[in-house]
Each structure stands twice: as structure tokens, then as C-alpha cells.
Design a protein around this ligand. Structure first.
Ligand code: SF4
Ligand code: SF4
Length: 408
């Protein structure tokens, strides 16, 4: 990576870095990785990094590296909500070999979770055990990063990071269709501020536009996607784990997300984040201009993931989003059998639409205030919040109407 291509994180506190150049073309490597066994992950990671020129072209001796997995909330690795610890562990080993002086691991979850609980349930504690890597806290002094009209807050230590290695989890997403390389960067911003942005940008299109701005401000040097087991259906927190058996990697996160659309059977341009990021020159989404190689390509193309609720929501015309979701009674539903009454969902709700019921102690959603941002679902450590969709047939009607009103 040339100097002009290198995101300067020390500079982000005052100004956003220039977009990555794609003049050399975009390359995505897909390696077969049939399981999370150490040998399988090491082999797949070696394949993708070698194909991208070797880790030593990214990490120089003496540098500080941030390994940024997706740690959405404290859920077990087998639930496929978070990046698997074996990928983090193998990545740490390779950074040690490359001579990194400091290796930091971390992510800011959705909602106010105790970091020790987050690290322990996601097995990040085990991932760093016996290595020189350090789990970094977001509960520390923050520094501002400009992002359009907004100011993001990131931990002050982030300005000391030389290289960011993003390790997203491939999942469906009810608002943004999918979460992969582009969206993983949002986790660098701190805590509850994330849900406030959900309130400010409540529709799929406005949120996607904002997320592309976040990516432009905080983009990583390389993204390596955990798609060994992915999440399909009601992602990013309530879907079903599904084996896919690959790792994907690229320095171009837009190209990576475009290639990752294959198992969803959707064109990259139908995902607002990908379309908007490509339009801003942040990467390549045209599959005919992306060089895609690796032992996992056949497996990626042969797999079919069930889509999320976004397959309906994307057809709702932008100005009608709020009124339509209300009309269709789309809202979160607390599943009391799974709920442990921790109150995290109420704390994360940017509209204060969740209150504890005085008699039962369970949370309840006020539908008049709910903007269907899905923050509560993403933050629930027990997966106890589902989507209520009584009027499913009307949603399908919206899909048909939307096709007429705003064809994409
Ligand atoms: S639904 Fe229950 S378990 Fe989930 S965050 Fe809310 S209070 Fe906690
Ligand atoms: S109750 Fe509604 S507004 Fe509040 S976090 Fe959940 S989805 Fe968002």
C-alpha cells in the first residue's frame, strides 16, 4: 500500500483522510475454510493474506495494530452474532510474526454492556490468552472525528493505531440488508452514540448514507470476513447460523461486500451502502472489474443465505418509511421466556420507547415512540427480542407497491 493509500488515523481527529485509490484494480480473495479448527483458519488466513501480497506489506515491525472484530453484543461464538475467536487468535499470531509492537483487539458493542462480560461471552478473553495482544476498552477518554455534519467519538488511543485490520462477520441485516466489511467500521465509534445516530437517520437509506460517511472517516487497511458460519434471516442478532465455509479478504471493502452479495443472491447495487460507497469513489462494486480468486469461490457461489426483513423494507419509498412501518405495526416484540430483565434494551433505545412493566419486571415497547431502528434487538444479550409482523401480507403488498413507486 502506498503512502497515499494509507489511512492516517492520527489525522482523523481533525480531518478525514482522502479516499482509497482503486487505480490498481480491486482484488478479493475467497479461501475455503471448512471449520474453526486452528489448522483450517490458519491455512485460510495464510491463503488470503499471501494473495494480497503478505501481511508484511501492511504491518511493519514496531507498529501498533488494531484488530477489530464484530462484537455486537455478549453472545456465544456458536450463535454467529460475533466474529469467531479463532480468527482473532490466528490474526494475532500473524501480527506477532510480522513484528507488530502493540496488538490491540476490540470493538464497541451495541448498548451498555460490561466489557468483561462482552469479552468473556464472545471468547475474546480466550483469543488473546497467552499472546501479547491486549483487549482495549472503549470506556475511556474520547476524541472527535468529523463525519459530514456529524462528529463521531472514538477512543483517544485510536489515534495511536498505525494499522487497522477489520474482521467482520457476514450476516444479514434487517435495516441495511447485510453487514460485512463496510458496516463493521461503525463499531469503532463509541457506545450509546451509535443508537443516537440511528434515531437521527432512521430509514435504511439515510442510515446507509451515514454509515458510508463513517467508513470514509475510519476505513481499515484490510478487511478479512468471517464467513465460516454466517447468519441468515433476521440478522444481525436474531437470525440463524448457517455454515458457509470461507474467509473473504480485500483491501477494498466495497469490492469485498459486493462479492459477499453472492450467497444472498442480490446484485451489489441493491445494497444502499455498497451503491453509495462506490458512488463516493471508496471502492469498486462492479463485479466485472473485481478480480475474485481463491479456493473458496465455488463454495461462496453455491451457498444461498435466507434474506432479512430488509427485502421488504427496501421497497418502502423513503418519505413513507416511518408512516409505513407504523401502519404495518412493524416493531420489536419481547420474548419473555428468553428475557433475563437486564434492562439493556431500554438503555439503548434512542427514543426511550422501552419501559419496564412495574408488575412483571419485563420490558415493554411503546409502539407510538418506536422508530424501528432495531437497536434493542441488536443489543439484547439473550436474543430475546423478535420482530412483530402481524400484518405480513400488507408488507408484501408494500413490496409490490414499492416496485411500482420506486423501482431499483
Ligand atoms: S429483552 Fe430482556 S434480556 Fe433482552 S435486553 Fe431487554 S431486558 Fe435484557
Ligand atoms: S424500541 Fe424501537 S426505537 Fe427503541 S431501540 Fe427498539 S426498535 Fe429502536
Amino acid at each position: 500500500m502506498s503512502n497515499t493509500d494509507t489511512p492516517d488515523h492520527a489525522a482523523t481527529a481533525t480531518t478525514a483522510p482522502a479516499p482509497l485509490s482503486n487505480s490498481g484494480g480491486s482484488r478479493v480473495v475467497v479461501a475455503a475454510c471448512p471449520s474453526y479448527s486452528p489448522d483450517a483458519v490458519e491455512a485460510a488466513l495464510t491463503e488470503v493474506l499471501d494473495a494480497l501480497g503478505g501481511l508484511e506489506t501492511l504491518v511493519k515491525p514496531g507498529q501498533t495494530v488494531l484488530i477489530k472484530p464484530n462484537l455486537l453484543c455478549p453472545r456465544r461464538p456458536e450463535e454467529a452474532v460475533t466474529t469467531h475467536p479463532e480468527l482473532v487468535r490466528q490474526m494475532i499470531r500473524m501480527c506477532v510474526k510480522a513484528g507488530a509492537a502493540r496488538i490491540w483487539v476490540g470493538d464497541s458493542p451495541a448498548g451498555l454492556h460490561a466489557e468483561k462480560d462482552l469479552w468473556s461471552r464472545t471468547d475474546m478473553t480466550t483469543a488473546v490468552e497467552g499472546t501479547p495482544a491486549e483487549l482495549k476498552s472503549w470506556d475511556t477518554k474520547q476524541t472527535p472525528v468529523p463525519c459530514g455534519d456529524d462528529l463521531l467519538a472514538v477512543p483517544e488511543w485510536f489515534t495511536q493505531v498505525d494499522v487497522v485490520i477489520s474482521l467482520p462477520k457476514l450476516k444479514t441485516h434487517s435495516l441495511t440488508t447485510m453487514t460485512c466489511a463496510l458496516k463493521n467500521v461503525f463499531g469503532i465509534t463509541s457506545g450509546l452514540a451509535k443508537s443516537k445516530f440511528h434515531a437521527k437517520y432512521p430509514s435504511p437509506l439515510t442510515m446507509s448514507t451515514f454509515l458510508v460517511g463513517v467508513f470514509a472517516a475510519l476505513r481499515p487497511h484490510v478487511s478479512i470476513v468471517d464467513a465460516v458460519t454466517v447468519m441468515e434471516g433476521l440478522g444481525p442478532a436474531n437470525g440463524r447460523p448457517r455454515p458457509l465455509g470461507v474467509l473473504l479478504a480485500s483491501r477494498d471493502a466495497v469490492a469485498l461486500d459486493a462479492v459477499a452479495c453472492a450467497p444472498l443472491r442480490i446484485p451489489p447495487a441493491s445494497v444502499p451502502m455498497i451503491r453509495l460507497a462506490a458512488a463516493r469513489g471508496l471502492g469498486e462494486m462492479d463485479l466485472s472489474r473485481i478480480e475474485c480468486t481463491g479456493t473458496g469461490v465455488p463454495q461462496l457461489n453455491a451457498t444461498r443465505m435466507k434474506p432479512s426483513l430488509a427485502r421488504y423494507l427496501r421497497y418502502i419509498p423513503e418519505p413513507m418509511f416511518r408512516v409505513t412501518t407504523r401502519l404495518f405495526q412493524l416493531r420489536p416484540r419481547i420474548q419473555e421466556r428468553q428475557c433475563v430483565k437486564c434492562g439493556i434494551c431500554a438503555g439503548v433505545c434512542p427514543r426511550h420507547a422501552i419501559a419496564t412493566q412495574p408488575r412483571s419486571g419485563y420490558p415493554a415497547v411503546n409502539p407510538k415512540e418506536c422508530i424501528v431502528c432495531f437497536c434493542c434487538m441488536e443489543s439484547c444479550p439473550r436474543g430475546a427480542i423478535a420482530v412483530q409482523l402481524y400484518l405480513g401480507s400488507m408488507v408484501r403488498l408494500a413490496q409490490r407497491v414499492g416496485k411500482v413507486v420506486s423501482p431499483q
